[in-house]
Write a protein that binds this ligand. Sequence first.
Ligand code: AMP
Length: 280
Amino acid sequence: MTVRLALPNKGRLEQPAIDLLRQSGMSFETADRTLAVPVRNMPVELLFVRADDIPELVADGVAELGITGRDLVEEVGLQVEVLTALGFGRCRLTAAVPERSPITNLEAFTGARVATSHPRTAQRFFDDKGIAITPVPLHGSVEVAPKLDVADAIVDLVSSGSTMMINGLRPVVTVLESEALLIGSGGRSSVAGSIATMAQAVVAARRKRYMLMNAPADRVAEIERIIPGIEAPSVVPLAHNGMVAVHSVVDADDVWQVLPELEGIGASGILVLPIQQMIP
Ligand code: AMP
């Protein structure tokens, strides 16, 4: 049976979602902008649709799996299973006000008109805090709503914060932290299970590097000290007496710190390689 996987047909999540599936081992064309694309080497059909339609398509079972933003899943509010967070499309849904607004804290939003393309999420957030707001649902250009005096505040997605700054807006409180998710409709087939495992293996691998080096055998303990969180390094004797090769997996974020220290204790021929997939 073919598994349908819905993914965004445009916007910020489209290319990273395609890259993730290719790195997971799926082979497919994206040249012609068709709705449904078969995967050559797996019983999978990719459904390219709007990111904000994906939670509903998955909840309805039209697609067994989907890739979309956590913000969109929360907004639709339907029952879908989060299989794994994918580590891209990171952003925050932030409540912000014009720089000169008297609103400086959460309580001061009481009675505010809040422009947002996430009205349900915004309403739920303020309701939970016991603060009554009036959502002003908009599909785009949310950040100009206060200038047009259709709202006193906004709740909008931010990654760097520069768009808000350019529009003279001051962030006050984070409503939701978002990133891309792999979601499922529950009761999955084994193919869907394999896709989830492959995606997890790619996400885990992206945070890690494979490191190889040659070092004096009596320095192995120091290498273990230098590389934080090193898990059981493989130590292989070399033809030259007293030298070993050390292989290990390190956090990608630590590499820049670790390399000079390793060199300092006499390691040489250090190689840092990307990992395609990793099941810890
Ligand atoms: P878009 O690219 O505007 O169609 O947004 C699609 C999804 O990308 C959003 O629902 C978020 O999950 C995600 N996203 C990540 N970063 C941002 C950002 N800075 N602004 C808007 N959306 C973002």
